[in-house]
Design a protein around this ligand. Structure first.
Ligand code: SF4
Ligand code: SF4
Length: 89
């Protein structure tokens, strides 16, 4: 199946990379990715932290169908939490 690709404004080929997962062990809940995403794909969630015996906030993917594959979230993340995937049609 062909890979979903697009064009830049200048006519160069571009392959969208969609947010696939956020590593909760790496995430520090800074919210930078949340602010960067224009598509409301991301939202806060809580995980239990065994080391501190407390809940802590991490970013999660709450609306993956809205992702346009811009990868802006990953660019802003200081902890390299994101993994991305391409899409076949
Ligand atoms: S790839 Fe773009 S649209 Fe998708 S979650 Fe990241 S910032 Fe939002
Ligand atoms: S930018 Fe990275 S570390 Fe910050 S909330 Fe998003 S995923 Fe977590």
């Amino acid at each position: 199946m062909p890979l979903l690709t697009g064009l830049t404004r200048g006519g160069k080929s571009w392959t969208p990379t969609f947010a696939d997962a956020i590593d909760p062990e790496k995430c520090i809940g800074c919210g930078r990715c949340f602010k960067a995403c224009s598509r409301k794909v991301l939202g806060p969630g809580d995980i239990y932290d065994e080391e501190t015996d407390t809940e802590r906030m991490v970013m999660t993917i709450v609306n993956s169908d809205n992702c346009i594959g811009c990868a802006g979230c990953g660019v802003t993340c200081p902890k390299k939490c994101f993994t991305f995937t391409t899409l076949e049609m």
